[in-house]
Design a protein around this ligand. Structure first.
Ligand SMILES: Nc1ncnc2c1ncn2[C@@H]1O[C@H](COP(=O)(O)OP(=O)(O)O)[C@@H](O)[C@H]1O
Ligand SMILES: [Mg+2]
Length: 246
């Protein structure tokens, strides 16, 4: 198992928002976590990435195992430097005043020597521009001038430049027109198939997420209330009614 989340609880101050969450992800899988606004999706991703920030919850119980070992005491930069995981956060968090190419280079630095220019540039071409040809055309453009879809592609590109084996995405479809959303999911599936990158995607858009993922879990007010293959969840009357518009 690549990732095992066991009885995870997490809180903001003294308010617990994850109440004993259990789920797992095998290497090479695409798994989705669906749930309404406020269900705790972002809190789970921030807990898994071990983020220690004012906006991140504090894990107060349970365990998170990566390749069978607890990462509860691992620093977030260690997870990134060792290529274990990368988070594509909600709202993208790219550097608006830097160009597309500068954004990608910065993401590569933690595990490259800054003077390895040729290596970094070839990785940008091979890993990001090949997947998102649109970004090649925009490579000298400042981040803030990109469309929402292009910014989302750049955010995924930054995660790829870390060389992570496991990528977590927080609502990648948010704000994207259907065409760009499908392009994004197509690219993610290609990454999964060709590079064996394991993917966890959290989404409010359950229909899109279940079409994309092989397996999923349903999160409601900090608890997992259902899980199964995407086909099983799509056929589940409760899931259908609450998350798929009947
Ligand atoms: N920084 C924060 N401080 C306090 N409560 C928060 C914070 N962020 C989120 N919450 C609360 O935690 C719960 C889960 O939120 P979140 O993980 O953002 O859900 P989702 O991503 O599914 O919309 C919600 O009740 C939300 O109001
Ligand atoms: Mg969220």
């Amino acid at each position: 198992m690549l990732m095992e989340v066991k009885n995870l609880t997490a809180s903001y101050g003294n308010i617990e928002v994850l109440h004993g969450v259990d789920f797992n992800i095998e290497r090479g899988e695409i798994v989705t976590l669906i749930g309404a606004n406020g269900a705790g999706k972002t809190s789970i991703l921030m807990s898994l990435a071990r983020l220690v920030r004012p906006e991140a919850p504090v894990v107060s119980g349970g365990d998170i195992l990566y390749d069978g070992k607890s990462i509860l005491k691992t620093e977030p930069h260690t997870l990134v430097q060792n290529h274990l995981l990368a988070l594509v956060p909600e709202g993208r968090h790219i550097f608006g005043n830097l160009t597309v190419e500068e954004n990608l280079k910065i993401a590569a630095y933690p595990h490259h020597n800054k003077s390895d220019r040729a290596v970094i540039e070839s990785e940008i071409r091979g890993m990001v521009y090949e997947l998102f040809p649109r970004l090649t055309e925009r490579r000298k453009q400042r981040g803030e001038l990109l469309s929402g879809g292009e910014q989302q592609m750049l955010a995924v590109g930054r995660a790829l430049m870390t060389g992570a084996a496991f990528i977590m995405l927080d609502e990648p479809s948010m704000g994207l027109a259907p065409k760009l959303m499908h392009e994004m999911f197509r690219a993610l599936r290609q990454l999964n198939q060709e590079k064996n990158i394991t993917i966890l995607v959290v989404e409010q858009n359950a229909k899109v997420a279940l079409e994309f993922a092989g397996r999923g879990y349903v999160l409601k007010t900090g608890e997992i209330i259902a899980g199964g293959t995407s086909e099983e969840l799509i056929a589940n009357p409760g899931v259908k009614k609450a998350y798929l518009g009947g």
